[in-house]
Design a protein around this ligand. Sequence first.
Ligand code: ARG
Length: 668
Amino acid sequence: MSKGDLLEFHRRAILAENEIDQLKKEIDVLKTLLKPTTSSSKELTELQQENAKLKHRVAILTRYVESVRAKEAKLGDKTEQMISIYDELETVFLAAISKTYPDLVDPPVVITTCQDAKFGDYQCNSAMGLSKLLAGQGKKTSPRDVANAILSNVSPTPLIEKLEIAGPGYINIFLKRDFGLDALKTLLKAGRVPPPRVDKQRVIVDFSSPNIAKEMHVGHLRSTIIGESIARLLEYLGHDVLRLNHVGDWGTQFGMLIAHLQEKFPDYLTVSPPISDLQGFYKESKIRFDTDEEFKKRAYACVVQLQAFEPDITKAWNMICDVSRREFDKLYERLDVKIIERGESFYQKMMEVIVKDLEAKGLLEEDEGRKIMWGEKPNTGIPFTIVKSDGGFTYDTSDMATLKHRLEEEKGDWLIYVTDAGQAVHFQLLQSCGKRAGILKHQRFSHVPFGVVLGEDKKKFKTRSGDTVKLLDLLDEGLKRALDKLREKGRDKELSPEELKAAQEAVAYGCIKYADLSHNRNLEYVFSFDKMLEDKGNTAVYLLYQLTRIRSIARIANVTPEQMKKAIETTPVTLDHEKEWKLAKVLLKFPDVLLKITKDLYLHTLCEFCYEISSAFSEFYDKCWCLEKNSVGEIVKVNMGRILLAEATAIVLEQCFYILGLKTVARM
Ligand code: ARG
């Protein structure tokens, strides 16, 4: 954006702000007029309509002012960043449209990518909408005329090579190669991809969240994989992320577990009980609970003591949680997942407070002994149960407490909860009740649901004998299968034992994560090692191979790290060949891919992007030589500009892999 454009924006923002003030005053006046004393209902309706119109205008103007302020901030920000092409084009065209039609506030700016590269790289499709808008104001102009008028007002920018009008009024945009050269240079110099600029937010990601003493199942595995990736993405973009493991560590089942512990290991306070199979322990205690009245009474007494934080009982509870925790941690370590445990028990006291709050606000209703709360209207027909008829709290109560704590104490700007789609209604209600209670205000709230995992028989994922699959066993099987695959390709003969082990782990864990993330998370997906371990198509194995292949180019060309460094400073990346430029343009989309994912939290777009990079690289490598060899296979010439393009490709791919949780290896 040129300086002139910016000044113009600034002026318009101030005008808009003045108008907002004026409109707010008018709204206040209207409010006093709207008192119930207003005589005729016709008059009332008119005033209400007028009020609604003014509010709408205020909203539009406010949005406009915010967007201008954001652009100013971005221009003032001198930290290294990779530019979002969408954002930049939007700014350029907003400026051009504003110059052409000074009376339009917040005009529609529609930028898309061109389907066919022949016609351009991006396009601006605003002319059609603008022509309609103008017609509505009694000014008739054809979309093509509008497009022409806008085009003449686009300021020169480093981004755009040329503009062309096509069809009914599309403005086709061709990117400038110099822009690509600069962007790739920046990332080569940094040795990493500098993230695009975003407004820093405090984001709380609740994921994984298994239940103590119960099986951690494939659903929790999905939550763990998706949640970890979301956290990595947001951290990379510069947000302040708090990763929370909301484990189910509270509730009546602990009464029977503790009673059983006391019975089986009477000296548990001094000698740590050797429970390794907590699920088995859970089953035993459940049988006791269901068959023995005496035991049942003791179990209930334990619940009361636990809730009163009685020390010995708390110790027993801690021991039980510890056994689970050790199991969970093994999984997190193997999958390289970082998370802070903050389970339901953490919110125990806060639940009492929130119940009082809701009661005081008159939001709770009696319903057959329970206390329920409805969400905002129109409600879903299901209420939250805040207090059970026996006085106990529920999952609903604890989530109302998480909401309040994460917004008010943790100061979250954005709350994310990653769970199976079966809990969608629960989270809709949470959002709605949170709003109604005035706890959730302007902050962003996202439930990130995902579909169930199926076995290859398309039925619920189970072992051959019909048991639920133990996650650690699943990882072990992955390791075994990955090693088989590497051996099948003869890699065990090429790689050192350490390299083989690194490759085995990268492939095993990588393929499990990638298979999960590369599917649209809303859909159920079939867990199949055979499919995941294929080395063709959009799979982790294929992409990991592709990266090692790209990385090996410089090695084969005998380019030392020092030479590479020097070349980055002195040699331009070559973008003359059509395939080189095509590959570069794919790489330049990276910031926009990430920004889109922060909007919808669909990580499969990032997997598709990896595949797109990889395909564009193959096309480039096929057509453009990086080294020239003579008839006896000696290297006679190295095309350093192309080696740099390969290096840039590797850097972007690695950044994607990091976000997806894939470990890379130098050789495999
Ligand atoms: N423990 C729950 C389950 O296994 C998931 C908890 C998700 N987080 C939350 N704040 N409700 O389904």
